[in-house]
Structure formats: structure tokens, C-alpha cells
Design a binder for this molecule. Structure first.
Ligand code: UTP
Length: 354
């Protein structure tokens, strides 16, 4: 089985962070989201992976997955963002006659994709779709499932959902699905919908297995989703302190990578501090990732994602639920109100109390 990871989108809901970089390279647990996807595929024994990129996202995505071992990655260009159905269609030559798994480049699954591959292969289905129960399915593809777990109907973002089963971001297909994809017309929102192709497959008598997601699943569409995804990934953190720690208290699961320095600080895990980061006279609270080469000095931060080379200094208030982009700087100059919620894109500079 091969895999296709659509990663060509603009990530408009994650602006301003995605003005500078595509969503699948934003870090979760100090690792680009797309690297989690590639790892999950490799763990399920799927090693031939085609990543769909746009001319705008290609460079950043290539750099993010560079050096990943045990997989063979090809990049496939989608010249225009015409929807997921189209993103899969452009991978036709890469897939050839193989069965394949489509894994959305901005999705995270606690237990990876093996369950879906197994459902597809063991049930000899024409397709398998990951399903998850949600309280309100209107923003998703929605599936109706029969007593044997087969999907009997699939509708994209219905005004009145027919069930509470939303389609999560993993699908398995046979190569014959391309015959259907090429006959699709754009939907009302102007996109070629993968759900339309699956609905057509069902109408033609195809068997589509609906496989429930075990554990957590996260679609990182919006800023708070990214912070929440970071929390979920850090829940599984294996502690290890290999960096230089002095005059500090580390509690719970904490990773301090080699080359990171923690001085006169309190770190309450789960927290991961990447190599080259420096934490000085600071408090780093639960569910925080500190990227490579970042500096946090005379400041308190928790439940946040701090990207590489960022700087947070001299803050008299605690920062929480923050997304701080590459090389962004947050500098305090005196007394401030108590709580700030920040989404700062790469290279921003925010100064308080000047
Ligand atoms: P999304 O619709 O969630 O991502 O697509 P997006 O378009 O980047 O984000 P918004 O809606 O503008 O905020 C899910 C995945 O499919 C890819 C995206 O890159 C993302 O990884 N995708 C989407 C494509 O590769 N091509 C497309 O035409 C659409």
C-alpha cells in the first residue's frame, strides 16, 4: 500500500501563522505536524509516500520532512487548490495500480492509521474511512453506517446531519477510485470533494468500511486546535533530561534535549524543551513546547507552543494559550494586566508597557 498526504492548502484559518509557512509544517510537540503523519504511516508499514504540495508550500514541506528515515517520499505538485478530490487526483501517476491511503497533512491520530489499513484489507473493502463521533457534525463529512459497519451514505457538511459520525482525515482506496474522481464536478463551494467520490462508489455497489477512530484525533484547522494538539501529543511525552539544568525544579514529565540550558527556573511537565533553547529565571507550565534555540528569560509561560528561535523576556504577567512563531519576540517593560492570549506569526515583535 502507498500513501498520499495532501499538503498543498493555504491554511487560511491559521493566519497569521500560515502567511509565512504552510500549516503542515507548524510544530506540535516540537515536530512539524506532517512528520507525525509520515511517522504514523511508516508505523503502519506504509513507506512509499507521495506528498501533494503547491508551488507555494513545496519548499517548506520538503525541508520539514528532509532526513526522515525508513520512508521514500515523492513530491507531487497540485497547481491549483481545487479541493481534496483534486489533490488525490494529481497523485494518480504516483499511485499507479496500488491500493493507497490518503492521510490529510494537518491531522493527528493518537493510534495512527493501522486500524484503517486493517479494516480495508481484512474486509476486502473498496474503501475505508476513519469515523469519529462528534456532538455537532455540520462542519464535517457525515456518514451513515449500517449494522455491519459499512457506510451507506456520505454527505459533505450537511445543514442537517444524518448522524453524529464525522469523517476524520484518513481514507484507504483502491486505484479504481481514480475512475470516479475523474468524473466529479465541483461542489457548491467550488471544490472536488473526496466525499462525493466515496458516495458515488457506494451508489455503484462498492463496499466502504467505516472504521471508528480509537483514542484521540485532532484536525489542526484553527489556532486553538494547534495548542490542543500540542497538549494531546505532550500527554504521551517520555521524560528525559539530557541538557544542562542548574538551580531549577523539574516536576512531572519533562524533556530537556541535549544542548538546552535551564537555569534558576521551575518547569512543570509535560513540557518539552528543544536543543539550543535557554530557560533562565522562568516558569514553564504544563503543556508547553519550547522550540530549538528559543530564549525564555524572566517570564512565565504555560499551555503554549513556542516555535524555534523565539524570545520571551522580562514579562511581569504569565503568558498562556499562546502560539509564538519562528523568531518572534515578546518583550515586557514593566507592570502589565494579568493575562494575555497571543497568536504571533513568525518574526513578530511585541513589546509591552514601553
Ligand atoms: P483543509 O481545508 O483543512 O486545509 O485541508 P487548508 O485548505 O490548508 O486550510 P484552510 O481551510 O484554508 O484553513 C486538509 C488538508 O488537505 C490539504 C491541505 O493542505 C490540508 O493538509 N489540501 C486541501 C490540499 O492538499 N489541496 C487542496 O486543494 C485542499
Amino acid at each position: 500500500m502507498k500513501a498520499v498526504i495532501p499538503a498543498a492548502g493555504f491554511g487560511t484559518r491559521l493566519r497569521p501563522l500560515t502567511y509565512a509557512r504552510p500549516k503542515p509544517v507548524l510544530p506540535v510537540g516540537n515536530r512539524p505536524i506532517i512528520c507525525h503523519a509520515v511517522q504514523n504511516l511508516a508505523d503502519a508499514g506504509i513507506r512509499e509516500i507521495g506528498i501533494v504540495v503547491s508551488p507555494m508550500t513545496r519548499e517548506a514541506i520538503q525541508a520539514a520532512v528532509l532526513g526522515l528515515e525508513g520512508v521514500c517520499i515523492e513530491f507531487i505538485e497540485q497547481p491549483e487548490m481545487l479541493g481534496l478530490g483534486h489533490a488525490v487526483m494529481v497523485a494518480r501517476d504516483f499511485v499507479g495500480e496500488s491500493d493507497f491511503c490518503v492521510y490529510l497533512g494537518d491531522n493527528l491520530f493518537e493510534h495512527g492509521v493501522l486500524d484503517f489499513r486493517r479494516a480495508f484489507e481484512e474486509q476486502q473493502a473498496d474503501a475505508a474511512v476513519a469515523l469519529v463521533e462528534v456532538p455537532d457534525a455540520r462542519a464535517f463529512g457525515v456518514a451513515v453506517v449500517d449494522g455491519r459497519g459499512q457506510i451507506t451514505r456520505l454527505v459533505e457538511k450537511p445543514a442537517l446531519p444524518l448522524s453524529n459520525l464525522a469523517v476524520a482525515g484518513v481514507y484507504c482506496f483502491r486505484a479504481s477510485v481514480f475512475g470516479i474522481l475523474e468524473t466529479l464536478s465541483p461542489s457548491a463551494r467550488g471544490e472536488y470533494e473526496i466525499t462525493d467520490a466515496i458516495q458515488r462508489l457506494i451508489e455503484q455497489g462498492g463496499r466502504v468500511a467505516g472504521q471508528r477512530v480509537r483514542g484521540w484525533w485532532k484536525d489542526t484547522g484553527r489556532p486553538l486546535d494547534l495548542i490542543e494538539a500540542n497538549r494531546l501529543v505532550l500527554e504521551g511525552l517520555r521524560p528525559g533530561v539530557l541538557g544542562e539544568v542548574s538551580g531549577s525544579r523539574l516536576t512531572g514529565r519533562v524533556v530537556v534535549e541535549p544542548g538546552a540550558v535551564v537555569r534558576n527556573s521551575v518547569i512543570m511537565g509535560p513540557v518539552t524543551i528543544a536543543s539550543g533553547a535557554r530557560i533562565d529565571n522562568a516558569y514553564i507550565g504544563p503543556f508547553t513546547s519550547v522550540g530549538r534555540g528559543s530564549v525564555i528569560e524572566n517570564a512565565e509561560v504555560e499551555y503554549s507552543v513556542i516555535d524555534e528561535g523565539a524570545e520571551i523576556r522580562d514579562m511581569s504577567v504569565r503568558l498562556q494559550e499562546c502560539l509564538i512563531g519562528l523568531h518572534a519576540r515578546v518583550i515586557g517593560h514593566g507592570e502589565l494586566p494579568r493575562v494575555h492570549r497571543l497568536v504571533l506569526s513568525d518574526t513578530s515583535l511585541l513589546e509591552f508597557g514601553c
